[in-house]
Design a protein around this ligand. Sequence first.
Ligand SMILES: Cc1ncc(COP(=O)(O)O)c(C=O)c1O
Length: 413
Amino acid sequence: MSSLIHQTRWRHVANPRRTTDTLIGERQRAVLNPQALHMAQTEIRRWPGYAPTPLVGLDGLAKACGVAVIDYKDEAERFSLKSFKALGGAYAVLRLIKRRLGEAVTSDALMRGEYRTALEGLTVCCATDGNHGRSVAWGASQFGVRCVIYLHATVSEGREQAIADFGAEIRRVPGNYDDSVRQAAEDAAEYGWCVVSDTSYPGYMDVPRDVMQGYSVMVDEAVAQMRQPPTHCFVQGGVGGLAAATLAQLWEAYGAERPRLVVVEPERAACLLASAEAGRPVAVEGELDTLMAGLACGEVSLLAWEVLDEGVDDYVAVSDEAAVEVMQLLAAGVAGDSPLVAGESAVAGLAGLLIAQQDPELGARLGLTAESRVLLIGSEGATDDDVYRELVGSSADEVRSGRFRAREVGHVS
Ligand SMILES: Cc1ncc(COP(=O)(O)O)c(C=O)c1O
C-alpha cells in the first residue's frame, strides 16, 4: 500500500471502561435519547435552508487505504455556516427561549417576529473559538434575541467577521479560550444574560444537552444515508460533545451491531484520551497549542463524558502536520474522488484512519481489515478562508472547481 500521508505519529488508548452491554443504557439516554432527537428534528427541519448534508462515498480513498468503504459526512455547507455546529448552538438558543416563553413557541413564530416584545430583555452570550459562536449568533439573529460573543486573542479576524455579520456584539478578551469563558460568565452574572455554552460543568447541564441534541440530527441523517451499517466510526474530539452525539445516535440505530467508535484528538489537546487513561475526566494543562482550533480543548464536557465513558472503544491522538496533509489530500481528491473542502478541525478522524492503515500495529489495535466500512464526520469546511488557503495552498473555491495545486506535502507555516 502506498503512503497517503507522511506524518504518522500516534498515541492510542483502548478504553478500559468500555461496557460489555450491547444496548445503549439509561446513563447515556439520560443525556441523549430518541424523544429529544425527535423534538430537535421537528424544529430544525423547518429552519430556512435546512437540507441533509451530503454523505460522500470516497471510493478512491477507500481503495488506496485498503478498506471496503469510506463514507464522509460533509458538513462544509450546513446552513451556510460551514460546520455541524450550526445545529447545536442555534438549537440551544431556541430551547432557552422555549424554557422562558413556553413549549408552544415555535421556530416559525419566532422568525415571524411574533414574540419580539416578550424577548426584549433576553441576551444570550458565549465564548467561542469560532464555530459555536457563529451558530449562537445566527440562532439569536433568526429568533430575535440580542447576542454578545466573547473571543480570545488568537481567534482569527475572518472568524470574528463571520460572527459579527449576524449582528452579534463582539468582545475581545486578552488571554486564551478559558479567559474568554470566564469573562462571558462574569458579564452574564452581572447583567443577567444567559450563557449558551457547548460544554457542561457542575450545575450547568441543560444548555449543553440541547447543543448535543442538535448535533444528533446530523448523525441521524448519516444513518439514513448509509447503504450499509459502518463497522467503524472515526470522529474528532474537542470537549466531546460531537463524539457523544455521534456515539449515542449510532448506538440507538444499530444496537449490538454498532460500529467501533474511535475518538481522534490533536496530540497537544488530548483531554478525552487523558481522561480515558485516568478513568475519570481530567484536564490537560498547557498551551493547547494546536492549529485544529475547534479541538483545542483542555477539559472534557461532563455531560458528554456520561455517554463516552463506557461507550467509546478507542482514543487516538494525531499531529497537526498529519491534519494538514489530510486537508491537502481531500482537496486533491484521491483516485477519482471529488475534491473536498475540509477545515483544519474536520480531518482528525480521517488522519487517525490513514495513520492506522499505514501502521500495522495501530491498524490491528483498531481492528481494521479490508472489509471495514468507515464513517467519518467531516465536521467543517473552510470556516476561515485565509487560514484554509494558508494551510492547503489553494482557496476553497479553487479546490471546489478542481483547481487545487499540490505543493510540498505536510507544510505547516
Ligand atoms: C469543526 C469542529 N469539529 C469538531 C469539534 C469538536 O466538537 P466538541 O467540542 O463537541 O468535541 C469542533 C468544536 O468546536 C469543531 O468546531
